[in-house]
Design a protein. Sequence first.
Length: 80
Amino acid sequence: GAKFPPEKGRYHLYVAYACGWAHRTMITRALKGLEDTISITIVHPTWMKTKPNDENDKHCGWMFGDPDGEPFTNSIGLGG
C-alpha cells in the first residue's frame, strides 16, 4: 500500500563509502532485497569544485569518477 512503491527504474541511490548515512541506505537496500530494484552509483569520498575552471564558483560536491580514468587529487582538503 505505499504511495510510491519500489519498482525497477524508479529509484537510484548515489552513495559514498565514507558516509555513514549512505552505508545505512545500502544495508537497508540489501536487507529488503531491493538490489535488483534500486540501482546504485558509488561516488568518490573526495569533494571538488563543481566548476573547477570558474574561480567565482564556491560550490563543492562529491566526484563521479571514471574507473578507467585518472586518480582524483583532493585540492581543498576535504574527504578522502
